[in-house]
Design a protein around this ligand. Sequence first.
Ligand code: C2E
Ligand code: CA
Ligand code: CA
Ligand code: CA
Length: 279
Amino acid sequence: AKDEGRNVLRFFDPAMQTTLDERIGLERDLRLALDLGQFTPFYQAQVDREGRVLGAEVLLRWQHPERGMVSPAEFIPLAEATGLILPIGQWVLESACRQIDHWSGNDRLQHVRLAVNVSAREFRQPDFVDQVKHVLSETGADPARLRLELTESMVLEDVGGTFEKMEALKQLGIGFALDDFGTGHSSLAYLTRLPLDTLKIDSSFVFNLPDSHNDAVVAQTIISMARSLGLNVIAEGVETEAQRDFLALNHCHVYQGYLFSRPVPLEDFEKFCAASLEN
Ligand code: C2E
Ligand code: CA
Ligand code: CA
Ligand code: CA
């Protein structure tokens, strides 16, 4: 009986109750966030060796009225678990396509490619391809300026279905990057079959460059593999010149990280692009 009592006490652990309340509160707020206009796309530049902006990754930000800026690391998993990622993802895609179309005809910005993160749950929808087509035709965006970022793990979940959808979207001119590359268990065999145009080296392999011998070998291997498969390579999480120099020496094409720019609001990103072209 004593033990039982302890278990009951543990069950009503006030700290746990707070966490649960918080989660429920956050979920309720997340449901309203779209309608209340609390999301903003931020843009993080992707630059070449000379620092010219080639594109940007769209990273979602949630401005919560009381909590301030809630990190996507916190709300994306919740959005995925609740299914809210479907309308949210749709909104992000629409906003990216509207932006692409808005930049067309602008000398300084029309070449910029936007990369949008797609969750497994979004991509798995049977009508995902039609949704994307619809957004493209509604916005008038050039599909060649759009790149979707998929993760290794979601590709592995359903190789056949993924392959078909990727092919269909590729026919429209859309590109694909494999995100967080190196963290999953990709087999080279079907990696080569997927219609990818880019591999993104996960930041965990970049952080300890150039000192970590193991990470250096991983980075070099990914770069040379990508090159022999005819893929672009983007290194993420580049924070120092030493990291950039090591990657450049090993023929990495594109860099993304705080060394160049943090994810920033539209206006700042556009200024950054203009400045990068003047150099
Ligand atoms: P991710 O796709 O791997 O995005 C890269 C993350 O690394 C971003 O975190 C970015 O701000 C951060 N980062 C970039 N450069 C550096 C650097 O030099 N140093 C460090 N320490 N970090 C850097 P963020 O913006 O917090 O996003 C976290 C994750 O949330 C993303 O990881 C992505 O998986 C997810 N996410 C963000 N926006 C969306 C979205 O619109 N849709 C979906 N499905 N997921 C999203
Ligand atoms: Ca990404
Ligand atoms: Ca157009
Ligand atoms: Ca990533």
